[in-house]
Design a protein around this ligand. Structure first.
Ligand code: SF4
Length: 371
């Protein structure tokens, strides 16, 4: 069980951001202290989820008495779109909607439509994508596509129905997630990615069935090393199955050849099936940290900006949004925050091991800022 999941008032720790005195004009390129540009923004649109996976939102904590954020605390679609537009002036060209489970946010397609109208300084539309547990995708895929969503990524850790029902802890059948993936495919929300977090001793036996299921379908299956996100005490290095081992296991049945990265800062290493059956990806967050070109920022449901998935505190932009700051002042505030960024948690973990010390700063939970 995740022993570090706590009430949202604790996990949402953030400094209140004021309008800065020195302007940081938006030039389309914003670099942090390690010269990494800000290009990718993940926006959490809800802190709720309909699954209760033990590593993310365990039932013991997220029960009927759990206090989620009140609706008034959530950024409205207009507030999210205003921020996204400002981020785009700094060079963000990719936006991923996350949660919780983003499809639980009512009328999400209205937000998608607003975000799809944003243009980069070069006049291009944003790359607009969404990560989902897939449970509501069959119902929503067409409306999302029509609203302007480009692609979806579905989280799925195995195909065995009994294991899947017990992992999501709400008895949700895997067949409905697969139907959601099919619906997304039919709606043209591709290339669809399916993310599988691999935990040694838990779901490693699902690696080959998953590869067989998605090979030749156009879906890009990606294997992610199990990370110490949020749950500091629950994570053990010996539960990490290194990506190199995943690749070796698949290659025994289906020979693979390495592919070039499709974009700078891409987190996955790509491999092609030699027989033309498509490709897979591996995300080696633990064994090969990729902080050196991490260009991602994360915005929480109520407007707090986090500079790393492992951050212990964020920067609260909501007072600016709901005060009288204009867009240039908000752009300057974001500029200052990003220019001061030095986060590189995974690289440091590789050097000194994960924080297992109970006194270490409590990290923000993935269910709160999205993965
Ligand atoms: S640990 Fe933080 S800085 Fe490093 S890749 Fe992950 S999110 Fe980026």
């Amino acid at each position: 069980m995740n022993q570090h999941v706590v009430h949202v008032s604790e996990i949402g720790r953030a400094r209140r951001v004021a309008a800065p005195e020195r302007a940081v004009p938006a030039t389309g390129v914003l670099l942090d202290r390690l010269s990494r540009p800000l290009t990718d923004l993940r926006i959490s649109v809800t802190d709720r989820c309909n699954f209760r996976c033990s590593y993310c939102m365990p039932k013991e904590v997220f029960d009927k008495d759990y206090q989620y954020l009140p609706h008034s605390a959530l950024l409205s679609f207009e507030e999210i779109t205003r921020l996204a537009r400002i981020f785009a002036t700094h060079g963000v060209h990719k936006i991923r909607l996350t949660g919780g489970e983003p499809l639980l946010r009512k009328n999400l397609e209205v937000l998608v439509e607003q975000l799809a109208a944003i243009r980069t300084p070069q006049g291009a539309p944003l790359d607009l994508t969404l990560t989902t547990n897939g449970s509501l995708l069959a119902r929503k895929a067409e409306a999302l596509k029509a609203a302007g969503l480009n692609r979806v990524t579905v989280s799925l850790d195995g195909l065995d129905d009994t294991v899947f029902r017990s992992m999501n802890d709400v008895d949700f059948p895997v067949a409905q997630v697969l139907a959601g993936i099919d619906a997304a495919h039919a709606a043209g929300l591709g290339p669809i990615k399916v993310n599988m977090v691999v935990k040694r001793g838990t779901n490693e036996q699902e690696i080959l069935p998953m590869a067989r299921r998605f090979r030749g379908t156009g879906v890009v299956l990606r294997f992610i090393e199990y990370m110490d996100v949020g749950a500091t005490n629950g994570w053990r290095m010996d539960e990490v199955l290194p990506s190199a081992e995943v690749v070796a296991r698949i290659a025994e049945e289906f020979p693979l050849a390495p592919l070039e990265a499709s974009a700078p800062g891409e987190t996955a290493q790509r491999w092609a099936y030699r027989d033309g059956g498509g490709e897979i990806g591996v995300i080696s967050s633990v064994t090969q940290a990729f902080c050196h070109d991490c260009s991602r920022a994360r915005l929480s449901t109520e407007g707090k900006l986090y500079l790393c998935l492992f951050a212990s505190s964020g920067h609260d932009l909501r007072p600016l949004l709901r005060g009288d700051a204009d867009d240039a002042q908000i752009a300057s505030a974001i500029g200052h925050i990003w220019q001061g960024r030095t986060d590189r948690y995974s690289e440091l973990r590789a050097l000194r091991g994960p924080d297992t010390d109970a006194a270490a700063p409590r990290r923000v939970e993935m269910s709160y800022i999205g993965g």
